[in-house]
Design a protein around this ligand. Structure first.
Ligand code: SF4
Length: 73
């Protein structure tokens, strides 16, 4: 599977937690309930649940792009 980068738009995240529920091996929630990518999982960890988690977000705060984490467009 090609590397992926996960972007969380924290300005729209409402802390619903669907991402962490759907893909707990990639996402967690910070102390305020907002979504965070787990350390070292910025490439999605090859998780088949990653896209499902992005779809599950009620405010579409998660975007997944092909490419290495930190790579410029
Ligand atoms: S599902 Fe969306 S709104 Fe909810 S915590 Fe995750 S990124 Fe934020």
């Amino acid at each position: 599977m090609s590397p992926q980068r996960i972007d969380i738009d924290t300005s729209v995240c409402i802390g619903a937690g669907q991402c962490a529920l759907t893909a707990p091996d990639v996402f967690t929630q910070d102390d305020d309930g907002f979504s965070q990518v787990l350390p070292g999982r910025e490439d999605g960890n090859g998780s088949p649940l990653l896209r499902e988690a992005a779809r599950a977000c009620p405010v579409a705060a998660i975007s997944i792009r092909e490419g290495q984490p930190g790579q410029q467009e």
